[in-house]
Design a protein around this ligand. Structure first.
Ligand SMILES: Nc1ncnc2c1ncn2[C@@H]1O[C@H](COP(=O)(O)OP(=O)(O)O)[C@@H](O)[C@H]1O
Ligand SMILES: [Mg+2]
Length: 241
């Protein structure tokens, strides 16, 4: 993470949020059940009320917050946001997640905002937060349940299955946004395991050809695909698997 950005992030605010989260862990992450709409089962998570309160006390303006991250405006650039993880992402997972995002963004740019960087931090490094820099989406009309369950992500899920891609999404309403650009976006950080479950590069190449992607887009999709698997191989090798 660049020095200026580290200086911009109010570390006392982040530390207080992190300590709160450690003391009040809240419900466990939701299941991967595709049809689940968590709005039907409101789960009380103390962090939801705590973050705005702590932010106000520290004079920090926030854009949004979830169970895992707080979203801040990016300094002097209205097109980006900074997402700070309450916990920690290891640097290895951060790199895998970055290439997973890059892959999905370039494959479906109308549905996955661009991620500019993901920064991890080592376990013993209390002062360096983990997080990401992403494209900022400005909200238009509210998201409906029908849009989430029957909208474009239903088609996307089908397309991904045909491509051999494991698209693992958290279907809570707060993770989706109708952007002022007319696109319907998934905002949540991608799971680092959300990638092709078969390394069938040919199927993705065919999809790119069938959809007439410009060559730069093709390069970005396939480049991210290759890098992801190279990193994943290193990751498993380092674990001795
Ligand atoms: N790229 C973005 N642009 C604008 N607002 C965002 C963006 N990403 C997240 N947000 C806002 O912040 C909230 C929490 O972000 P999210 O990534 O879902 O956090 P968490 O990982 O904790 O669930 C979202 O519900 C949304 O309102
Ligand atoms: Mg979320």
């Amino acid at each position: 993470m660049r020095g200026e950005l580290r200086a911009y992030i109010n570390s006392d605010f982040i530390k207080e949020v992190r300590d709160f989260k450690l003391r009040h862990p809240g419900p466990m992450p939701q299941s991967d059940d595709w049809s689940e709409d968590s709005d039907d089962v409101p789960e009380h998570n103390p962090i939801f009320e705590a973050v705005p309160r702590i932010a106000e006390r520290h004079g920090v303006g926030i854009i949004g917050h979830g169970a895992e991250r707080v979203i801040l405006p990016y300094p002097n650039d209205p097109t980006k946001i900074v997402a700070i993880h309450y916990g920690r992402t290891s640097p290895v997972i951060a790199r895998l997640t970055y290439y997973s995002h890059r892959f999905f963004h370039h494959l479906f740019p109308q549905h996955f905002p661009r991620t500019y960087a993901i920064f991890g931090s080592e376990f013993d490094d209390r002062d360096r937060p983990s997080g990401s820099i992403r494209q900022r989406i400005y909200p238009n009309e509210p998201v409906t349940k029908e849009q989430i369950l029957d909208g474009p992500f239903k088609r996307l899920a089908r397309e991904c299955t045909n491509l051999g891609i494991f698209l693992r999404l958290d279907y809570s309403r707060g993770n989706f946004m109708n952007g002022t650009d007319g696109n319907f976006y998934y905002l949540e950080e991608m799971h680092s395991g959300s990638m092709p479950f078969e390394r069938d590069r040919g199927r993705i190449e065919n999809y790119i050809a069938a959809n007439g992607f410009p060559s730069s887009q093709e390069r970005h999709v396939l480049g991210s695909f290759d890098t992801f698997f190279r990193l994943q191989k290193d990751f498993y090798r380092n674990l001795g698997l």
